[in-house]
Design a protein around this ligand. Structure first.
Ligand code: FE2
Length: 131
């Protein structure tokens, strides 16, 4: 898959949050690389899992920072924005459960979901508090 690249169209005009979005994009690219490199060896599967779980953890950390920021500026869309975050968390939780149940979850559909959700979320939803 093409690597996702941060550019000014992703900027929410808050340095800390832009940095976090860049880091998140890096992790998604790492995950994509790890999936591509994984040729079915157990070791590579562990590497993919570790990156995936790291991304989930990072997304939670980032959502918390972002929600705190929105609260601090009195953003009126906070509650509906929190729902967007909750939707993502739920989807990831489901992937994790499938993984625990031995299902093969690392594929193009997962990558497409992660990339599409993040791009849409930053450029459409996050932009609302940037304005
Ligand atoms: Fe957000």
């Amino acid at each position: 898959m093409n690597q996702l690249k941060w550019d000014e169209s992703f900027s929410v005009q808050v340095d800390e949050l832009d940095e976090q979005h860049k880091k998140w994009i890096d992790i998604i690219n790492q995950l994509d690389d790890a999936i591509d490199e994984g040729e079915g060896s157990l070791e590579s599967l562990y590497a993919v899992q570790k990156t995936f779980l790291g991304m989930e953890e990072y997304s939670h950390f980032h959502f918390a920072t972002e929600e705190k920021h929105m609260q601090s500026i009195g953003f009126e869309g906070l509650e509906s924005h929190k729902k967007e975050h909750a939707f993502f968390k739920k989807r990831l939780h489901k992937y994790k459960k499938d993984l625990e149940n031995g299902q093969q979850v690392f594929n193009n559909a997962l990558m497409k979901f992660l990339v599409d959700w993040l791009v849409y979320h930053i450029q459409e939803e996050d932009m609302k508090y940037a304005r």
